[in-house]
Design a protein around this ligand. Structure first.
Ligand code: PHE
Length: 504
């Protein structure tokens, strides 16, 4: 116990409750809310998706966020050390979660770099004016996309410069510790929400908007019997709440004495999911408008990068007056949404190294350099294909598996009642036995069931469709880039556990 108290005195900490809540909220509310949620919801049953999503929020999202806050706060350490304090043989769980976050971060920052560059393109609509031109511009001029996932193709200097700018921002925000983070989030959390509200007002007043919203909210209940829909809901909840990647553990480890846990976890989770739902309204009103103006069906404009980098510019091109302004607002919103999620993932990593005695700034510098180097892979013409593959495995199933391991560790190695007592000592609203039951039975059973069910039905990777072309990925690539990569992360995590044993 003594060791923990010493650590607390030396440990950097938030200057109050607000900076902590905002930082955790900023981590949660990111590209996942505006870029990922609407199309995942749409692909998985539209309005009907909200049911598994809400169930996932209640059975996993909120209880797990409280769990991660409790762990970080109790042990005053990042994920690897926190798990190692639970049981010295379990540090790998913490390492695995932060490595997985890092993998996701490596392409997350690339999408932010795209948004940064597109913000500048907005000034003069560099992407052209017709839907056809805008689409061609994104794939050919901007990404210079290679002919398939096995062709690396050329290097894209402009995207690389964008990526460097993003990483420099991350460095400058993080290098002085969480006190500075606490100030930055005073801007980067409310600003994108304000921009989203402006876009909402613009969006719903456009012709065709209601058709889009109806499309988004009309439930396709036949989807509820599909394992992939449930997996998608749980995967999205982990991703959107920044769970199972060591972020919330690291952030809670900087909490000052006498902090609150349970209310914070609930407020942050609800604010995040409310933002997603709201972002869906904005996005689909814009899709409805695009259909109205160009005849492009709503569904075809909804998915992934197409949405932010093709469909939205098409909408802008149809808006007439002030279109440049709405372009800048949209991409600035994406950037400010993404930045606090991105630096939170880096913070999860640096907290891990700091617990090994590294200086904070050195750890930040180290990961910025590594992150940028890995990012090099995503500034080539093959990036679009790779991002799709890695997102499918790392976000689609990787975090659900890591989340499952996390609840099993707390449920059966640490015992949830021990953590619950700690959480209750630090909560305005006390949690009851239901929480133990959630962690021990409900959540793991649901997660195991979903994972097994999905694997049985085939966790298909269907290839990526670009205009007029569905490209098949060779099986070796799917295997290597999907399961292979997850395997490498597990090996790396086990290596770290063996190599660094100083916590005991
Ligand atoms: N929650 C973020 C989003 O929705 C992504 C994220 C995942 C951030 C994991 C940190 C850790 O965009």
């Amino acid at each position: 116990m003594e060791e923990v108290e010493v650590a607390e005195e030396e440990r950097d900490h938030w200057s109050g409750r607000l900076p902590f809540i905002l930082a955790a909220m900023g981590s949660a509310i990111g590209l996942g809310n505006v870029w990922r949620f609407p199309y995942i919801a749409y692909e998985n049953g539209g309005g009907a998706f909200l049911i598994p999503y809400f169930i996932a929020l209640l059975t996993t999202g909120i209880p797990l966020m409280a769990l991660e806050f409790g762990l970080g706060y109790k042990f005053l350490s990042g994920a690897p050390k926190a798990f190692s304090m639970v049981d010295r043989r379990l540090a790998w769980v913490g390492w695995l979660s932060i490595f997985l976050g890092f993998l996701i971060l490596s392409f997350y920052t690339v999408i932010m770099a795209w948004a940064l560059i597109y913000m500048f393109f907005s000034f003069d609509s560099s992407w052209g004016s017709t839907p056809h031109e805008i689409e061609g511009f994104f794939f050919n001029d901007f990404l210079n996309i290679s002919s398939g996932p096995t062709v690396i193709g050329g290097f894209q200097p402009m995207i690389f410069v964008g990526l460097i700018v993003i990483w420099i921002c991350i460095y400058l925000i993080l290098n002085k510790g969480v006190q500075r983070v606490g100030k930055v989030v005073l801007i980067t959390v409310p600003l994108p929400i304000i921009l989203l509200i402006i876009l909402f007002i613009r969006g719903i007043t456009l012709p065709g908007a209601m058709d889009g919203i109806e499309y988004y909210l009309t439930p396709d209940s036949s989807k509820l019997g599909d394992a992939n829909v449930w997996l998608a809901a749980y995967g999205q909840i982990f991703f959107t709440l920044s769970l199972a990647q060591g972020v919330m553990i690291a952030y809670a480890s900087y909490l000052p004495k006498k902090s609150e846990i349970m209310n914070n976890a609930t407020i942050i989770s609800l604010a995040n999911c409310g933002t997603s739902f709201f972002a869906g309204l904005v996005v689909f009103s814009i899709l409805g408008f695009v259909q109205h103006e160009t005849g492009q069906p709503i569904g075809s404009g909804a998915s992934g990068p197409h949405l932010a980098f093709i469909t939205y510019p098409i909408a802008i091109s149809q808006m007439g007056g002030a279109s440049a302004l709405f372009g800048v607002i949209f991409f600035l919103m994406l950037l400010t949404l993404g930045i606090d999620s991105a630096f939170s993932m880096v913070e999860a990593l640096t907290a891990g190294l700091e617990d090994l005695g590294w200086e904070h700034e050195k750890a930040v510098r180290f990961f910025v350099i590594i992150g940028l180097s890995i990012g090099l892979l995503f500034v080539t013409s093959v990036s679009f294909w790779l991002i799709h593959l890695i997102d499918h495995f790392a976000v689609g199933i990787g975090i659900v598996i890591v989340g499952l391991i996390e609840v099993l560790v707390i449920g059966y190695v640490m015992k949830p009642e021990e953590l619950r007592e700690f959480i209750n000592e630090h909560s305005e609203v006390k949690i009851g036995y239901w929480w133990d039951a959630m962690i021990r039975y409900v959540t793991p059973i649901i997660l195991i069931f979903i994972i097994v069910w999905t694997l049985k039905d085939g966790f298909e990777f269907t290839g990526e469709s670009v205009p007029n072309n569905v490209v098949e990925y060779p099986p070796w690539l799917v295997f290597a880039g999907g399961y292979g990569l997850i395997f490498v992360l597990v090996i790396a995590a086990l290596y770290m556990q063996r190599r660094f044993t100083e916590w005991h």
